[in-house]
Write a protein that binds this ligand. Structure first.
Ligand SMILES: [Zn+2]
Length: 221
């Protein structure tokens, strides 16, 4: 009984290949076309011409992607609940949140910059982490969530626009100037934002794009 359960669980965890074929995979660097063959967990398929990685079978991919997405969503709550930065200048103390910084730019006649911060550091990471969890968590049970294919498409469209790292670097650079006129302290929101950056990167790297599409196709059929 235990052995049977283990076998079923293992088959759900391993990367299934959809029926039919052959399937092809093109190298992103030299466009060489390869027959997409299954690879063992923890290994990668490389281009025969230039050696670039075509796709990787990452260990515990669904569990990793789901866990890091959930952690990123939890940290996002902390980012918006707690202050991002606290500034002390003379007798004034100002707590700054991420959304507060964005709305402040609207009031300072910089609506495009305010919208960009809101879109690239709040909306896009939310779509990416929420989408990843919505698609990957049911797949661990071999189930296809309603509209998972469309969600995955939007998730990967949003991926290049996730600019959490760029924003964090921008904040650190601007702090060098701000430190001359005010005492600046990092709030819990800042550290949580750093955590979001790490968890988002780990969630996206947790599962290969080709594996996710194969799993979706198998679960849907
Ligand atoms: Zn190549």
């Amino acid at each position: 009984m235990k052995k049977g359960f283990s076998k079923t669980w293992r088959s759900l965890l391993s990367w299934p290949k959809p029926r039919g074929g052959p399937r092809y995979s093109a190298c992103h660097f030299c466009d060489t076309l390869h027959v997409s063959a299954p690879v063992e967990e923890g290994t990668a398929a490389n281009c025969v011409r230039c050696g670039a990685v075509l796709y990787q079978n990452r260990p515990a991919s669904l569990a990793r992607a789901s866990a890091f997405s959930l952690a990123a969503l939890f940290l996002m709550v902390l980012v918006h609940v707690f202050p991002f930065l606290t500034m002390d200048a003379a007798t004034l103390r100002k707590n700054l949140t991420l959304v507060g910084a964005s709305t402040a730019l609207f009031h300072e006649d910089a609506p495009i910059l305010g919208s960009a911060i809101l879109l690239f550091t709040v909306v896009t990471p939310l779509v990416l982490a929420g989408g990843m969890l919505y698609v990957c968590a049911p797949l661990m049970l071999g189930r296809y969530a309603p509209g998972a294919g469309q969600v995955a498409k939007w998730m990967y469209r949003c991926e290049p626009w996730n600019m959490v790292e760029v924003f964090l670097l921008g904040v650190l650079v601007s702090l060098l100037k701000l430190a001359k006129v005010a005492d600046v302290h990092f709030g819990i929101g800042f550290w949580a934002f750093g955590g979001v950056m790490i968890c988002m990167a780990a969630a996206v790297a947790g599962i290969d794009r080709e594996e996710l599409w194969d799993r979706l196709e198998v679960a849907k059929s």
